[in-house]
Design a binder for this molecule. Structure first.
Ligand SMILES: Cc1cc2nc3c(=O)[nH]c(=O)nc-3n(C[C@H](O)[C@H](O)[C@H](O)COP(=O)(O)OP(=O)(O)OC[C@H]3O[C@@H](n4cnc5c(N)ncnc54)[C@H](O)[C@@H]3O)c2cc1C
Ligand code: FES
Length: 266
Protein backbone atom coordinates (compact mmCIF):
# COMPACT_ATOMS: atom_id res chain seq x y z
CA UNK A 1 0.00 0.00 0.00
CA UNK A 2 1.45 3.39 -0.98
CA UNK A 3 2.19 5.72 1.93
CA UNK A 4 0.78 8.98 0.56
CA UNK A 5 0.54 12.28 2.42
CA UNK A 6 -0.78 15.72 1.49
CA UNK A 7 1.87 18.05 2.89
CA UNK A 8 1.67 21.79 3.41
CA UNK A 9 4.78 23.66 2.26
CA UNK A 10 5.67 25.86 5.23
CA UNK A 11 9.11 27.05 4.08
CA UNK A 12 10.77 27.17 0.66
CA UNK A 13 14.07 29.06 0.51
CA UNK A 14 16.88 29.46 -1.96
CA UNK A 15 19.94 28.44 0.09
CA UNK A 16 22.61 28.61 -2.66
CA UNK A 17 22.49 29.12 -6.43
CA UNK A 18 20.02 26.47 -7.79
CA UNK A 19 19.66 24.85 -4.34
CA UNK A 20 16.51 25.01 -2.18
CA UNK A 21 15.32 23.89 1.22
CA UNK A 22 11.62 22.97 1.55
CA UNK A 23 9.75 22.13 4.75
CA UNK A 24 6.83 19.71 4.31
CA UNK A 25 4.36 19.82 7.15
CA UNK A 26 2.72 16.49 8.00
CA UNK A 27 2.80 14.92 11.45
CA UNK A 28 2.26 11.34 10.26
CA UNK A 29 5.17 11.58 7.81
CA UNK A 30 7.40 13.06 10.53
CA UNK A 31 6.54 10.42 13.14
CA UNK A 32 7.42 7.54 10.81
CA UNK A 33 10.61 9.02 9.30
CA UNK A 34 14.17 8.02 10.18
CA UNK A 35 17.52 9.50 9.04
CA UNK A 36 18.56 8.07 5.66
CA UNK A 37 15.03 7.51 4.39
CA UNK A 38 13.62 9.38 1.43
CA UNK A 39 10.34 10.68 0.02
CA UNK A 40 8.95 10.76 -3.53
CA UNK A 41 7.40 14.09 -4.47
CA UNK A 42 4.59 14.59 -6.96
CA UNK A 43 5.98 17.81 -8.41
CA UNK A 44 3.00 18.30 -10.70
CA UNK A 45 -0.57 17.01 -10.58
CA UNK A 46 -0.66 16.77 -14.41
CA UNK A 47 0.87 13.99 -16.51
CA UNK A 48 4.22 15.76 -16.90
CA UNK A 49 6.57 14.87 -15.40
CA UNK A 50 4.90 11.51 -14.95
CA UNK A 51 7.13 10.09 -12.21
CA UNK A 52 7.60 11.35 -8.68
CA UNK A 53 11.05 12.67 -7.80
CA UNK A 54 12.99 11.05 -4.92
CA UNK A 55 14.57 13.30 -2.26
CA UNK A 56 16.38 12.43 0.98
CA UNK A 57 14.89 13.55 4.26
CA UNK A 58 17.18 16.32 5.51
CA UNK A 59 15.71 16.93 8.97
CA UNK A 60 12.85 15.49 10.98
CA UNK A 61 10.70 17.83 13.07
CA UNK A 62 7.74 17.04 15.33
CA UNK A 63 5.25 18.06 12.63
CA UNK A 64 7.10 17.59 9.34
CA UNK A 65 10.34 17.01 7.48
CA UNK A 66 12.64 19.11 5.34
CA UNK A 67 14.33 18.33 2.04
CA UNK A 68 17.33 20.01 0.45
CA UNK A 69 17.50 19.83 -3.32
CA UNK A 70 19.36 20.97 -6.40
CA UNK A 71 17.54 22.04 -9.55
CA UNK A 72 18.96 19.83 -12.28
CA UNK A 73 16.08 19.07 -14.70
CA UNK A 74 12.41 19.67 -15.44
CA UNK A 75 11.00 18.03 -12.28
CA UNK A 76 13.13 19.97 -9.82
CA UNK A 77 12.58 23.15 -11.84
CA UNK A 78 8.79 22.77 -11.37
CA UNK A 79 9.34 21.93 -7.69
CA UNK A 80 11.28 25.19 -7.25
CA UNK A 81 8.25 27.21 -8.42
CA UNK A 82 5.96 25.95 -5.62
CA UNK A 83 5.11 28.49 -2.93
CA UNK A 84 4.70 28.43 0.83
CA UNK A 85 1.03 27.68 1.56
CA UNK A 86 0.65 25.28 -1.39
CA UNK A 87 0.18 21.54 -0.86
CA UNK A 88 2.22 18.74 -2.40
CA UNK A 89 1.57 14.99 -2.47
CA UNK A 90 4.40 13.06 -0.85
CA UNK A 91 5.01 9.30 -0.85
CA UNK A 92 7.03 8.06 2.08
CA UNK A 93 8.98 7.65 4.18
CA UNK A 94 10.67 5.08 1.92
CA UNK A 95 13.70 2.81 2.10
CA UNK A 96 15.93 1.86 5.00
CA UNK A 97 17.77 4.16 7.41
CA UNK A 98 21.35 4.70 8.58
CA UNK A 99 22.43 2.07 11.11
CA UNK A 100 24.10 3.64 14.17
CA UNK A 101 25.82 0.67 15.81
CA UNK A 102 27.07 0.90 19.40
CA UNK A 103 30.74 0.76 20.35
CA UNK A 104 32.11 3.25 17.83
CA UNK A 105 33.90 6.16 19.52
CA UNK A 106 34.20 7.96 16.19
CA UNK A 107 31.56 8.72 13.58
CA UNK A 108 32.78 10.34 10.36
CA UNK A 109 30.62 11.81 7.59
CA UNK A 110 31.90 12.45 4.05
CA UNK A 111 29.49 14.66 2.09
CA UNK A 112 29.97 15.89 -1.48
CA UNK A 113 27.80 18.73 -2.84
CA UNK A 114 24.07 18.06 -2.57
CA UNK A 115 25.03 14.66 -1.10
CA UNK A 116 24.98 16.47 2.25
CA UNK A 117 21.15 16.30 2.21
CA UNK A 118 20.57 13.24 4.45
CA UNK A 119 23.17 14.20 7.07
CA UNK A 120 21.61 16.88 9.31
CA UNK A 121 19.01 14.30 10.47
CA UNK A 122 21.74 11.68 10.95
CA UNK A 123 23.88 14.03 13.07
CA UNK A 124 20.88 14.86 15.26
CA UNK A 125 20.17 11.13 15.75
CA UNK A 126 23.82 10.25 16.55
CA UNK A 127 23.90 13.07 19.11
CA UNK A 128 20.65 11.81 20.62
CA UNK A 129 21.50 8.10 20.84
CA UNK A 130 25.30 8.15 21.27
CA UNK A 131 26.04 11.67 22.56
CA UNK A 132 29.02 12.00 20.18
CA UNK A 133 29.20 14.79 17.56
CA UNK A 134 30.35 13.24 14.26
CA UNK A 135 33.36 14.68 12.41
CA UNK A 136 32.40 15.96 8.97
CA UNK A 137 34.24 16.32 5.67
CA UNK A 138 32.10 18.81 3.76
CA UNK A 139 33.19 19.04 0.13
CA UNK A 140 31.97 20.92 -2.93
CA UNK A 141 33.01 22.44 -6.24
CA UNK A 142 33.34 25.87 -4.63
CA UNK A 143 32.22 27.91 -1.60
CA UNK A 144 28.61 28.08 -2.92
CA UNK A 145 28.34 24.30 -2.94
CA UNK A 146 29.16 23.82 0.76
CA UNK A 147 25.73 23.43 2.33
CA UNK A 148 24.65 23.03 5.97
CA UNK A 149 28.00 24.20 7.43
CA UNK A 150 26.22 26.49 9.92
CA UNK A 151 23.82 23.72 11.02
CA UNK A 152 26.67 21.27 11.65
CA UNK A 153 28.63 23.90 13.61
CA UNK A 154 25.60 24.55 15.81
CA UNK A 155 25.39 20.79 16.43
CA UNK A 156 28.99 20.85 17.71
CA UNK A 157 30.63 18.94 14.83
CA UNK A 158 34.26 19.29 13.83
CA UNK A 159 34.14 20.24 10.13
CA UNK A 160 36.76 19.97 7.40
CA UNK A 161 35.82 22.19 4.44
CA UNK A 162 37.15 21.15 1.03
CA UNK A 163 36.59 22.86 -2.32
CA UNK A 164 37.85 21.90 -5.76
CA UNK A 165 38.77 25.54 -6.55
CA UNK A 166 40.14 26.39 -3.10
CA UNK A 167 37.51 29.13 -2.51
CA UNK A 168 36.91 27.76 1.01
CA UNK A 169 38.83 25.38 3.25
CA UNK A 170 41.39 23.00 1.81
CA UNK A 171 41.79 22.85 -1.95
CA UNK A 172 41.10 19.40 -3.42
CA UNK A 173 38.67 16.53 -2.96
CA UNK A 174 36.89 15.05 0.06
CA UNK A 175 38.97 11.90 -0.30
CA UNK A 176 42.24 13.89 0.03
CA UNK A 177 41.15 14.79 3.58
CA UNK A 178 39.76 11.33 4.34
CA UNK A 179 43.18 9.79 3.51
CA UNK A 180 44.83 11.96 6.17
CA UNK A 181 42.43 11.21 9.02
CA UNK A 182 43.77 8.72 11.54
CA UNK A 183 41.48 7.92 14.41
CA UNK A 184 41.83 6.19 17.74
CA UNK A 185 39.57 3.15 17.96
CA UNK A 186 36.84 1.90 15.67
CA UNK A 187 35.48 4.34 13.10
CA UNK A 188 32.28 4.26 11.14
CA UNK A 189 31.96 6.32 7.96
CA UNK A 190 28.76 7.59 6.31
CA UNK A 191 28.93 9.02 2.82
CA UNK A 192 26.76 10.52 0.08
CA UNK A 193 27.64 12.50 -3.04
CA UNK A 194 28.86 11.93 -6.59
CA UNK A 195 29.37 8.24 -7.42
CA UNK A 196 33.14 8.53 -8.15
CA UNK A 197 33.57 10.09 -4.69
CA UNK A 198 31.58 7.32 -2.99
CA UNK A 199 33.62 4.64 -4.79
CA UNK A 200 36.87 6.22 -3.58
CA UNK A 201 35.55 6.67 -0.04
CA UNK A 202 34.72 2.94 -0.07
CA UNK A 203 38.27 2.05 -1.26
CA UNK A 204 39.90 4.18 1.47
CA UNK A 205 37.62 2.67 4.14
CA UNK A 206 38.58 -0.85 3.01
CA UNK A 207 42.28 0.09 3.31
CA UNK A 208 41.75 1.56 6.78
CA UNK A 209 39.49 -1.26 7.93
CA UNK A 210 36.56 1.09 8.54
CA UNK A 211 32.91 0.19 8.14
CA UNK A 212 31.28 2.47 5.53
CA UNK A 213 27.64 3.16 4.78
CA UNK A 214 26.68 5.05 1.61
CA UNK A 215 23.40 6.62 0.59
CA UNK A 216 23.07 5.62 -3.07
CA UNK A 217 20.88 6.90 -5.90
CA UNK A 218 19.16 5.41 -8.93
CA UNK A 219 16.38 6.62 -11.14
CA UNK A 220 13.12 5.45 -9.61
CA UNK A 221 9.54 4.78 -10.64
CA UNK A 222 7.52 3.01 -7.92
CA UNK A 223 9.78 3.71 -4.91
CA UNK A 224 8.45 0.61 -3.14
CA UNK A 225 10.36 -2.36 -4.58
CA UNK A 226 7.90 -3.41 -7.29
CA UNK A 227 9.16 -2.18 -10.69
CA UNK A 228 12.85 -3.19 -10.36
CA UNK A 229 13.72 0.11 -12.03
CA UNK A 230 16.33 1.10 -9.43
CA UNK A 231 18.55 -1.97 -9.13
CA UNK A 232 22.32 -1.99 -8.60
CA UNK A 233 24.64 -5.01 -8.86
CA UNK A 234 25.15 -6.31 -5.32
CA UNK A 235 26.18 -9.31 -3.24
CA UNK A 236 22.56 -10.16 -2.49
CA UNK A 237 19.96 -12.08 -4.42
CA UNK A 238 16.63 -10.61 -5.52
CA UNK A 239 14.47 -12.60 -7.95
CA UNK A 240 17.47 -14.90 -8.71
CA UNK A 241 19.72 -11.98 -9.71
CA UNK A 242 22.70 -10.59 -7.81
CA UNK A 243 21.26 -7.14 -7.23
CA UNK A 244 19.70 -4.78 -4.72
CA UNK A 245 16.81 -2.36 -5.11
CA UNK A 246 17.94 1.11 -4.07
CA UNK A 247 14.39 1.96 -2.96
CA UNK A 248 13.89 -1.17 -0.84
CA UNK A 249 17.19 -2.73 0.34
CA UNK A 250 18.65 0.83 0.22
CA UNK A 251 19.17 3.68 -0.21
CA UNK A 252 21.67 3.04 2.62
CA UNK A 253 24.15 0.26 1.87
CA UNK A 254 27.19 -1.17 3.59
CA UNK A 255 29.58 -0.35 0.71
CA UNK A 256 31.07 -3.89 0.87
CA UNK A 257 27.74 -5.24 -0.40
CA UNK A 258 27.84 -3.34 -3.70
CA UNK A 259 29.59 -4.88 -6.74
CA UNK A 260 31.48 -1.68 -7.60
CA UNK A 261 33.35 -3.21 -10.57
CA UNK A 262 30.04 -3.64 -12.36
CA UNK A 263 28.96 -0.02 -11.94
CA UNK A 264 30.21 2.79 -14.19
CA UNK A 265 30.75 6.37 -12.98
CA UNK A 266 27.29 7.63 -14.12
C1 LIG B 1 17.03 7.95 -2.81
C2 LIG B 1 17.34 9.23 -3.50
C3 LIG B 1 17.51 10.38 -2.77
C4 LIG B 1 17.79 11.59 -3.42
N1 LIG B 1 17.95 12.70 -2.65
C5 LIG B 1 18.18 13.88 -3.24
C6 LIG B 1 18.28 15.06 -2.45
O1 LIG B 1 18.17 15.02 -1.22
N2 LIG B 1 18.49 16.23 -3.09
C7 LIG B 1 18.62 16.29 -4.46
O2 LIG B 1 18.82 17.39 -4.99
N3 LIG B 1 18.53 15.19 -5.23
C8 LIG B 1 18.29 13.99 -4.66
N4 LIG B 1 18.17 12.87 -5.44
C9 LIG B 1 18.29 12.99 -6.90
C10 LIG B 1 16.97 13.56 -7.44
O3 LIG B 1 15.96 12.61 -7.26
C11 LIG B 1 17.11 13.88 -8.92
O4 LIG B 1 18.05 14.91 -9.08
C12 LIG B 1 15.78 14.35 -9.48
O5 LIG B 1 14.88 13.27 -9.50
C13 LIG B 1 15.97 14.91 -10.88
O6 LIG B 1 14.70 15.24 -11.37
P1 LIG B 1 14.54 16.30 -12.54
O7 LIG B 1 13.20 16.07 -13.15
O8 LIG B 1 14.84 17.67 -12.08
O9 LIG B 1 15.68 15.91 -13.54
P2 LIG B 1 15.55 15.04 -14.85
O10 LIG B 1 15.14 15.94 -15.97
O11 LIG B 1 14.76 13.79 -14.60
O12 LIG B 1 17.07 14.64 -15.01
C14 LIG B 1 18.10 15.63 -14.96
C15 LIG B 1 19.41 14.90 -14.64
O13 LIG B 1 19.34 14.28 -13.35
C16 LIG B 1 19.58 12.86 -13.44
N5 LIG B 1 18.67 12.16 -12.53
C17 LIG B 1 17.33 12.05 -12.67
N6 LIG B 1 16.81 11.32 -11.66
C18 LIG B 1 17.84 10.95 -10.89
C19 LIG B 1 17.97 10.17 -9.71
N7 LIG B 1 16.92 9.59 -9.12
N8 LIG B 1 19.19 10.02 -9.18
C20 LIG B 1 20.26 10.56 -9.76
N9 LIG B 1 20.21 11.31 -10.88
C21 LIG B 1 19.04 11.50 -11.43
C22 LIG B 1 19.28 12.51 -14.90
O14 LIG B 1 20.03 11.37 -15.32
C23 LIG B 1 19.71 13.77 -15.63
O15 LIG B 1 21.10 13.79 -15.86
C24 LIG B 1 17.90 11.63 -4.83
C25 LIG B 1 17.72 10.46 -5.58
C26 LIG B 1 17.46 9.29 -4.93
C27 LIG B 1 17.26 8.05 -5.71
S1 FES C 1 11.79 2.22 -7.88
FE1 FES C 1 10.57 0.49 -8.33
S2 FES C 1 11.73 -1.13 -7.45
FE2 FES C 1 12.79 0.63 -6.84
Amino acid sequence: MKKLHECLITLHNLVAPHHYRMVLQNKDLAIHSSPGQFVMLEVSTGYYPFLRRPMSIERIFSDGVSILYKVCGEGTKILSTLSVGEKINVQGPLGNSFPIPEGYPHYLIVAGGIGVAPFPALVEKILKVRGIPPEIILAGKDYNHLLCEKDFKQMGCKIHLVTEDGSAGQSGLATDVLETINTQGETIVYTCGPLPMIKNVHKICVQKGWLCYASLEAEMACGEGVCLGCVLPAKMEIENEMMARVCKEGPIFDTQVILWDKIGDR
